[in-house]
Design a protein around this ligand. Sequence first.
Ligand code: HPA
Ligand code: ZN
Length: 338
Amino acid sequence: MSNLKKFIEGMPKAELHLHIEGSLEPELMFSLAQRNNITLPFSSVEEVRAAYEFSELQDFLDIYYQGMGVLQTEQDFYDLTWAYLTKIHSQNVIHTEIFFDPQGHTDRGIPFETVIGGIHKALQDGQSKLGISSHIIMCFLRHLSEEAALETLEQALPHKDKIIGVGLDSSELGHPPSKFERVFARAKQEGFLAVAHAGEEGPPEYVGEALDLLKIDRLDHGNRSLEDDALTQRLVSMQIALTVCPLSNYKLAGVKDMRKHPLKKMLDKNLKATINSDDPAYFGGYMNENYLAVFDALDLSKDEIMTLAKNGFNATFCNDAQKTEMLAQLESFESQWT
Ligand code: HPA
Ligand code: ZN
């Protein structure tokens, strides 16, 4: 293994784009199905993995919503989150900001409290037992109505202390950010920060709407922003970070050859790109695999790897003292590297 690969694996990292339901590995899916007396439409872990062939976002989403059906009790959400935390601990992730999709559960009759309770308890243990700090971001499913999102926001208010921000995910095309302008205005009024998936499959105009109408503090994916020079310049001057997810882009076929991944172009244009895993159980890798995929394909330098890692810490929703402390850990790791 090259020296730089070891550097990537060992360096402290922040993850900023991770759907906790997308970290459900087939093995856990089977054991939760058994625990909850649910029959899966698959007979083995291998069969589940073989079904993970996607040609676009919707193919993935269909199987992702089906998979999360095994999550029923607070303990299930705890176990899911704890499995993710132990995995990223082994990859030297020291801070994570995770998404969850409350409507994917409340629409199946699982109470909001059950979901947030299990996730939050695991994150508390992640801090005390593994030293991983974290924030929770609640996403609205954009294929559902504005009214449903508003209802979900109301359900979240008693848990405001556990949720730092709101996001927007699911089927992008045909569901522009403008559909949720009032929801995000209300969320901002309540003190939530805001992020949104935009420019993953959708056009650059959706990224513009996310900035102008949703007033996002960070952009999820954002790949298609590069098609519009003025928009790109705006993102640079506003210092909006992009949470890029290389293996997700590859698996959902936006990027057919990793050597053509736009990450290098983003860095060259001074966009604040970060590396993240999105739905690691479905796309074939956690943080290190995502870093290594672009490192190999784009021949990134150590300086570029450091820039990505620094962008990650700078783009967290942590206070300045914590950002400084995490950046110092990264620099100390680099200075000890031979
Ligand atoms: N895009 C949109 N919605 C999602 C994703 C994604 O990559 N993962 C989980 N929900
Ligand atoms: Zn995502």
